[in-house]
Design a protein around this ligand. Sequence first.
Ligand SMILES: Nc1nc2c(c(=O)[nH]1)N[C@H]1C(S)=C(S)[C@@H](COP(=O)(O)OP(=O)(O)OC[C@H]3O[C@@H](n4cnc5c(N)ncnc54)[C@H](O)[C@@H]3O)O[C@H]1N2
Ligand code: MOO
Length: 432
Amino acid sequence: MGPATGLSYPEALAAVLHQVATRVPASERVPLPQALGRALADDVSSRLALPPWDNAGMDGYAVQRADVLGASASSPRALPVLGTSMAGADPTMLPWVQQGTALRIMTGAPMPPGADAVVRVEDTDGGDTLVRVLHDRDTLGRGNVRPRGEDIAAGAVLFTRGTTLRASHLGALASIGVQEVLVSRAPRVTIVSSGDELVLLDRFDEVLNGHRIVSSSSYALPALLRGAGADVTMAPLVPDTLEALIGALGQALDVGCDLLITTGGVSVGAHDYTRDALAALGGTQRFWRARIRPGGPLGTGEVRGVPWVGLPGNPVSTMVTGALFAWPLIRQLGGHRGVQHARIPVRMCDDADTPAPLTYFLRVALQVGADGMLEARLTGAQGSNLLRTMAMADALLEVPPSIDRVEAGQTFSAILLPDAPPLFGAAPGARA
Ligand SMILES: Nc1nc2c(c(=O)[nH]1)N[C@H]1C(S)=C(S)[C@@H](COP(=O)(O)OP(=O)(O)OC[C@H]3O[C@@H](n4cnc5c(N)ncnc54)[C@H](O)[C@@H]3O)O[C@H]1N2
Ligand code: MOO
């Protein structure tokens, strides 16, 4: 089977996501601080309004705006000061601000009845018992008054099911008194890696003896997928026999998981048994092979009701397909709403040949260019076995099948790797 067979990248992604589209994840209640990064399993409504009362947006004096309209340094308005409204003051105990009076007020403190504007302290002489207002700019617009319920309305839905909870969500939920949150359970993902040549680090002496290689994907892939919110179990490494693979996959299914991921053994080699093993366990294959590089020998299907994704064994192919396909799939299984990779425009700074009619995903490092646009540079050679150049990459430059050569200066879409840092260095000469 040639490299140009199989599904296009968008078709393959849609097929992978489609097979779990109707699954509703189980939910659990967790204390608020532990809800970070999880998806809300239900809408959250607020019992109360926030802010709970009209309050001051500036430190200054609560007044009736008509009293200070037209005030200036040459024509100040003098108002007796009735007292002070501190943040935390009981709003029902505040004096009425009648025409021609003022109440000292702090940012966040409740507005007293009668007042409809706050003059900031800088626009006054700061008087304690009598204040002179020297400027009337705060009579415009909202007059530095922050209205009750502006942030969160009482009874309204605050966040909807599927929202990924970030730091500010925890703050907003805390502010309405949520101590425990109903979130989708982390999907249980079991990874089964096969290959006679592979050992874990406890057998590194066999690597030194020249007989084996470390199963680097046993370390890289769970790290990546845990970042997607998966509860990952690594099955013991499986030798290259059909019986061993059937046994290992059967064991993983008996223990139970929400997603079965295999690495290796999906190509056309003499020992590539993954698809045969799945068939022997009664599984069905949805597709095998995508028109992408790296990662072409990618498969998906279902076995005993559990979705299966077969990632190719070359370590970079494993990580690229893990990021492009397994990551969004795990997000979907974890109940998260957004599962589309963002594409960002980047200016490519290197040439690259992409001759086959495939979507290429080139490993690139990003820098902020002189004009503020992101610039992409190849991290080095692009062979599927070269994990170092994958580790150096921030993003995958997506080169469509119709393009057979990338030239420096051209703009392409890049997909940020899910574990890429959110900040980048500046290219030489870039503005700060
Ligand atoms: N005749 C063909 N050969 C190959 C094709 C093809 O279309 N026709 N496709 C190539 C591509 S592309 C890839 S990718 C690989 C995929 O092969 P498998 O998924 O069957 O993987 P393996 O053969 O088991 O291993 C490939 C390679 O990766 C190393 N490997 C495997 N697992 C791990 C691991 N856990 N950690 C580190 N390294 C691993 C393995 O030693 C091999 O070097 O097939 C190509 N061949
Ligand atoms: O596509 Mo394979 O996944 O390049 O090495």
